[in-house]
Design a protein around this ligand. Structure first.
Ligand code: NAD
Length: 445
C-alpha cells in the first residue's frame, strides 16, 4: 500500500515520516516549494523532537519522498491523507476551509485509480460529508474514491511518539472498504491493543473538537480559580494538586499559567462556537466564550504584574524567557508568551527575548523585539525577568544563576514552575499567576 500525505506542516510531515517508519512507501505533498525542497533533503523546517532523525532515515532509504505535484500524488497513492491547515478566518471565528477544499478537489482530480481519501485536519462538523461530495465531483470518470475522516490527536513536542503509538484511533466513514484499509494502515497500533473507534463522519469530526474544547476548558477552569486566589490568597498549585487526586478530575492540564495557545486549541474552540452557531444552537457552546476570555485575561494579568513592578513600562528593560506556545516546540501561532512580549514592547519597554527554539519564528512576527541566544544575555541589566514558556532550562534556573546579570531582582513566573520560596529567600521580588499581591487588591477596589 502506498500513501500520500497532502500538507507537510507540523501534522503532515510527522505523519508522513511515521508512516514511512511503519514500512509504507510515502509521498509528501505541499504547495510550498521551499518546504518540499528542505524535506526532500531530509531537513525539517520546524522543530519537533525525534522527527529530524526519522525524516533523515526515510529520505535516505527512499521510502519517503516529497513533491509539489498533485499529479504525481494521484498516480502514486492508494491512500491519500489530507493534513493541510484549517486556520481561523481573518476577522472571523470560523475555520478557513479553503486549503482543505483545494487539497481534496486537487487529489480527487489527480487520482488515476480507485483510492481512499482520509481527512486528518481538524474541521467543522459537516465538512467530511461535503468534502466527500467534492471528491466525487472531481474524480475522473470511472475512478471510485472512498472517503474517511481520521482526526489527529498528536501533541507538538511528542508528535512522533503520538503518531507511532497513538492512545486511540478514530475513523469516521460510510465505507466498509475504507474502514478495512485504515485498519491495515494502523495494523501495528491495533496489534498493541490501541482502541480503534469506527464511527460516522459527524462523530469523528466532533470527537476532535470535543477533546480540544474539554482541554481548553480544563485550563481555563484552573485559571479562573487563579483569579480567585490572586484576590483572596491561597495556593493555586496546591488547589490543583488536591482536586487532581480525584480520578474523575485528574491533575493533567490543571496548571495555572499564561494559558493555552498554539495552532489548535484557540482556533478550534472559536471554530466550534462558530459552527454550532451556524447550526442554530447559539447557546450550546457559549461557555467557550468564557473559556477564551479567561484565557486571554491571563495575558493581561502578566502585563499588569510587569507594570506594577516597574511603575511604567516606558524605557524599562524586560527579559522574556520563552515565546513558543509550549516547550519542545518552535510553534508561536497564537502564543500567549509572544503576545505578552509584543504588548510589553508596545507599552514602551525594550524586550529581550530568548527562546531555545522559537527565536526565528518569533522574529518573523515581532521583528522589533531583541532576540538573544541565552538566558544570560536575555537578563542582562533587566528590570524584570518574565518566564513565559516552561522550557526545562528555565525550570532549572536558580536565583544565583541570574544575579550577576540582572539590573533588578524581580521575576514573574508565568507558568508556576519556579520555587517561590527559594527566590524570595534570595532577595527577589516574586510574582506568579494565582498568587495574591496585596497592591492588586487595592488597585481593583
Ligand atoms: P501547518 O500550517 O503547519 O501545515 C499545513 C501545511 O499545508 C502547510 O505546509 C501548507 O503549505 C500546506 N498546504 C496548504 N494548502 C495546501 C494544498 N492545497 N495542498 C498541499 N498542501 C497545502 O498546520 P498543522 O499544524 O500541521 O495543522 C494541519 C491541520 O492539522 C490543522 O487542521 C490542525 O488543526 C490539525 N492538527 C494539528 C496538530 C498540531 O499539533 N499541529 C494536531 C492535531 C491536528
Amino acid at each position: 500500500m502506498r500513501l500520500t500525505v497532502i500538507g507537510t506542516g507540523y501534522l503532515g510531515a510527522t505523519h508522513a515520516a511515521a508512516m514511512a517508519e511503519l514500512g509504507f512507501e510515502v509521498l509528501g505533498v505541499d504547495v510550498d516549494p521551499a518546504k518540499i525542497e528542505a524535506l526532500g533533503r531530509g531537513e525539517l523546517p520546524f522543530y519537533e523532537p525525534g522527527l529530524p532523525e526519522l525524516l533523515r532515515k526515510h529520505t535516505a532509504s527512499g521510502r519517503l519522498r516529497f513533491t509539489t505535484s498533485m499529479e504525481k500524488a494521484g498516480a502514486f497513492g492508494d491512500v491519500h491523507f489530507i493534513a493541510v491547515g484549517t486556520p481561523q478566518k481573518a476577522g472571523e471565528a470560523a475555520a478557513d476551509m479553503t486549503y482543505v477544499d483545494a487539497a481534496v478537489a486537487g487529489i480527487a482530480a489527480a487520482a488515476t485509480r480507485d483510492s481512499l481519501i482520509v481527512g486528518k485536519s481538524t474541521v467543522p462538523v459537516g465538512s467530511a460529508r461535503r468534502l466527500k461530495e467534492i471528491a466525487e465531483e472531481y474524480a475522473p470518470a470511472g475512478i471510485h474514491l472512498d472517503f474517511a475522516w481520521n482526526p489527529e490527536f498528536l501533541r507538538e513536542g511528542f508528535a512522533v511518539e503520538d503518531t507511532l503509538r497513538p492512545d486511540r484511533l478514530v475513523v469516521g466513514t460510510d465505507s466498509r472498504t475504507a474502514d478495512q484499509t485504515l485498519r491495515r494502515v494502523y495494523a501495528s497500533a491495533l496489534t498493541r491493543g490501541t482502541p480503534y473507534i469506527s464511527t460516522d463522519f459527524e462523530t469523528a469530526e466532533l470527537v476532535k473538537v470535543a477533546a480540544n474544547a474539554f482541554l481548553a476548558t480544563k485550563i481555563s477552569f484552573i485559571n479562573a480559580f487563579a483569579e480567585v486566589t490572586e484576590t483572596v490568597g491561597g495556593d493555586i498549585q496546591t488547589l490543583a494538586d488536591a482536586i487532581g487526586h480525584d480520578a474523575r478530575i485528574g491533575r493533567r492540564f490543571l496548571n495555572a499559567g499564561v494559558g493555552f495557545g498554539g495552532g489548535c486549541l484557540p482556533k478550534d474552540i472559536r471554530a466550534l462556537q462558530a459552527r454550532i452557531g451556524e447550526l442554530g444552537l447559539d447557546k450550546t457552546m457559549r461557555f467557550l466564550n468564557e473559556v477564551d476570555e479567561i484565557n486571554m485575561r491571563r495575558r493581561d494579568r502578566v502585563v499588569f504584574l510587569a507594570e506594577q513592578l516597574l511603575g511604567d513600562l516606558a524605557d524599562k528593560r524586560i527579559a522574556v524567557l520563552g515565546t513558543s506556545f509550549k516547550p519542545d516546540s518552535d510553534d508561536v501561532r497564537d502564543s500567549p508568551a509572544l503576545d505578552i512580549a509584543g504588548r510589553l514592547y508596545g507599552g514602551g519597554a525594550e524586550v529581550l527575548v530568548y527562546d531555545p527554539k522559537a527565536n526565528e519564528n518569533s522574529a518573523k512576527r515581532f521583528p522589533r523585539l531583541t532576540y538573544v541566544d541565552s538566558i544570560e544575555e536575555a537578563v542582562q541589566d533587566v528590570d524584570v525577568v518574565l518566564l513565559l514558556t516552561e522550557w526545562q532550562e528555565f525550570k532549572d534556573m536558580k536565583p544565583g544563576d541570574l544575579e550577576a546579570f540582572v539590573g533588578s531582582r524581580q521575576i514573574v513566573d508565568g507558568r508556576n514552575v519556579l520555587d517561590r520560596v527559594d527566590w524570595e529567600n534570595a532577595g527577589w521580588t516574586f510574582r506568579g499567576l494565582g498568587l495574591k499581591v496585596p497592591e492588586v487588591v487595592s488597585a481593583r477596589t
